[in-house]
Design a protein around this ligand. Sequence first.
Ligand code: 5AD
Ligand code: SF4
Length: 547
Amino acid sequence: MSLDTSTHSTPGVAPEPAPEPAPGSSSLTVFLETFGCQMNVLDSQLVHGQLTGLGYRFIDDWKRADVVLYNTCSVRERAEQKVWSRVGEVGVHKKEHPGVLLGVIGCMAERDGEDTIRKYPQVDLLCGPGELDKLPMLIDNAVRTGLEARGGLRAAKIALQGDTHRRSATLAAAEDKLEMLDLARSFSPDDHQGSAYVRITRGCNKFCTYCVVPRTRGAEVHRPPTHIVDECEKLVDSGVKEITLLGQTVNHYHYDNTQSVELHGHLQPQIGSIIGPNRGTGGPSPTFGAGVTSFAGLLKTICQEVPDLLRLRFVTSFPRDFGDDILQVMADEPRICRYLHLPVQSGSDRMLKMMNRGYTVDEFMDLVVRVRTFLPDAELATDIICGFPTETEDDHRATADLLRRGGFKNSFIFKYSPRPGTAAYDRLQDDVSEADKKRRNNELLAVQNEVSAQVHQAYVGKTIRVFVESISARERKAESRPGSVELGWEKPSDEQVTQLVGRTGGDIIVVFDGDLSLIGRVIEVKIVSAAPLTLFGELVGSPASVL
Ligand code: 5AD
Ligand code: SF4
C-alpha cells in the first residue's frame, strides 16, 4: 500500500511505518459527497458501509482525505456543474498532494464515461451506479498501481455498464452482483436515526424523452421479495421505525416467484417487463397475476412480516400502472404512509406525448380522484418540467391549471435541461428561451405556493402523528455558525428542549420544541400555525406516551 499520506501527519512527529494491511482492507481516510436523489443517498450509505467494513475511515473535510469520492447525478446540467467545480478544486489540491485519489461515481461517471478523464485527468477512478460493488476493488487497484502511472487514461480505474446494461434477462439475473451490495448493508444502529431506505427496484424502462436515468441506471431490475423483507426485518431489529422503499417507478415492482434463479445461495433479481395493458384507470395493477409478487403484494407482505415497523413509505410512483390493488392495501394498513409522490411533468397532453409519459392529463386526474377516494387523508406531491421543447403559453397555462386542480402539498418544478444521450436532446431543439423558462418556473411556483399554503392551513388546530427526524435547520445553523459557542450558543443536552423537525405520514414537515430523546420516535403534535411548506406545533402529552 503506497498512497502518499505524509502530508496528513502531525508536524514534528515522525510518521510511524504503516503496518501492511490485509488484502482488500485499508486504513485510508475517505471523503464522500452525495448529489441528487434518494437513490444516490442509499447508494452512498451502501458504499459507506462497504468501505467502513474494509477499514476505511470516513471524514468530513475533503482536504484531509486520502480518497475523495463524488456520488453524482446527471438528471439536470446544474447538478453536474457543481460536481465539475468540486473536481476542479480537487485538481488544484492534487498539485500539492499528488497522492490523493479522486473518484467520480454514480450517474455522471456512467453518462460521461472516459470523456471525464480526458477532460479532467485528476480523476483516478470512475464507477457507474450499476457497478458500485466493484468500488473497493477499483480504489484498491488505483492505490496500488496509480502512483506510478498517474495522469492519463491508462492509469484510471473504470467500471461502467456501457453498452452491456440492456442485456438479456437471464444474463442479467445470473450476473447481478450489485445485489450483493444491498445484501451486505450495515445494520448498525449507528448508521440510522430510526429511518432507512430499502431498494426494491433498480433502473428504469420508461424512457421519458428528457430523462437520462434509463441510460445511467440501466434496465429495470426487481429484487426478490424475500431479500427485501429480510432487509426490512433486520433494519427494524436494529431500531429502525420508518422504512422508505425506493425505485424509479416503485408501483411497477413485480417479481415472478416461479422463475427465480438461485446463484451463490441467493435468489437473483429479475429484469422487469409489464404483464398486460393497464392505463392506470382503476382495476388491479398490470403486474397482478398468479405466482407474481406485485407491488401491492410486497407492501402487504412487509406489513405482515415486519409487525414492529411503524411506518412504511415508498417513492417514486409512476402515474401509469397504478392499480386500485395498491390503494386498497394502503387503505387497509394504517402503517403505510398516506403519501404519494406522483410526478405529472406537464398539464398539457401534447407535452406529455412528446415526453413519452404514456398517460393523458385526464388519466392522471382520474388517478388523483381514485387516490382521494381510497385515502381521503392522503397527501400528494408532484414534479413538473417547464420549458420542454415547443412548450407554448397555452401548454404552460394548462400546467398551472393542473397544479390548481391537483391539490398537491408541494411540487418540485424544474426548468427543462437538455441531457445528451436522451431522445429529446437528439431530436428536439431546446427552443424555449431561458427567460421564458425562468418566468414560467416562477409562475408555477407562485401557483403551487398558494395551493401549498391552503393544504398546510387545513392542519391548524389538529393533532397529528409525527416521526421526529432531527434538530431543526434553525438549530443546525446556530450550531454550525462560526464562533457559535463564543456567541453564547450551547449544544443542547439530551434532556434540554430544543427545536426539532419531523414529518407526518403525508410527508408534511412539522417543527416543534422537544428534547433530543424524541429523535427517531413517532409522537403526537398539536398544530398551532402553518407556513406554505411547514407546520408549527406543540408536543401533546408526556414523552412517555410516545411510541
Ligand atoms: N430536465 C429537467 N428536469 C428533469 N427531470 C428529469 N430529467 C430532467 C431534465 N432533463 C426531473 C423530472 C423528474 C425529476 C426527478 O427530475 O421532473 O421527475
Ligand atoms: Fe426518468 Fe421517466 Fe424513468 Fe422517471 S420514469 S426515471 S422520468 S425515464
